[in-house]
Design a protein around this ligand. Sequence first.
Ligand code: SF4
Length: 354
Amino acid sequence: MRPEKAEEYLRRIRLAGDEAGRVVRLMEVCGTHTHAIGRGGLRAVLPATVELVSGPGCPVCVTSQRDVERMLLLARIPGVTVCTFGDMLRVPGVSSSLEKERARGADVRVVYSPLDALETARREPGQQVAFLAVGFETTAPGVAAVMLRARDERVGNFSAIVTHKLILPAMEAVLDGGSNIDGFLTPGHVSVIIGADAYEELAGRRGIPCVATGFEPIDVLEGIAMLLELIGQGRGGSFIQYRRAVKRKGNEKAWGAMMEAFRITDGEWRGIGVIPGSGLKLRDELSELDAEKRFNLPELEPVELRGCRCGEVLKGMIHPPECPLFGKVCTPASPVGPCMVSSEGSCAARYRYG
Ligand code: SF4
């Protein structure tokens, strides 16, 4: 971190915090910001007038328990290879996890991109290969491109469970949930895709500032300074700190690929429930690539992990240490909930960095 820049942003933060004369609650929507805040030790240098609250932007954490259980059912089907990002491996199910299923003999493999999963299917035509597609507008375009390619190349042994989510409806749900957020640090990588203009409607209607922010601790400090000054001026709207990557209009090509492969539908979020218009599912034209249909995965009853308060953490209602299991029963080595699994999870970041 450049010390002179950090000092300048901190001076602006202190000044704007003093002028506010109250504690200002800012939500870092994205798990990567949560991690950067911990890594940079930012909580220790911020004045008491600034409260940072983690939001629902960790892809693994917000995947509903019902979807996790469906993924476990899929892994148990003989002849199916499940390809997943590494973070999903240790997410606890009610009685199992993908890691445990793998130890019992299931074919669960970690991949670094959806393309790796498609290549596995091409390499092993005798095996059914199913990809677990989780994440936001950041990962969804890449998955969309792979699904379109699988359709065009008629890769008959490839499919996916698609649980992608859209960030804007979740921010709206957070505001509706009464968490008293004064401003949002919005995710830089999602903003690269959707563009800063995408936040304008919500920000204007709610009178709340949103600042698309990069992922270095120095970016986060500048984003916080901008938010506090905007709040002081009473300005809602969408602004850009991460100017080296985020544009007003976003990446129309990536969005186009998403809309060609997926349709917007209601999404089920851990701890928040169903948010209208917040999920992505495969379009009917690609339904033969839908693993839930191909393997007749059943509709399950909603379930929650006993004792885990991830839902409240994700809505900004409590900080991780307020969960009675934090650091005692629930640790990164023995996670009870998903927020302690992923490096982007609020509980894991708070455990690691304090
Ligand atoms: S500390 Fe563990 S049990 Fe508690 S909310 Fe976080 S992940 Fe869930």
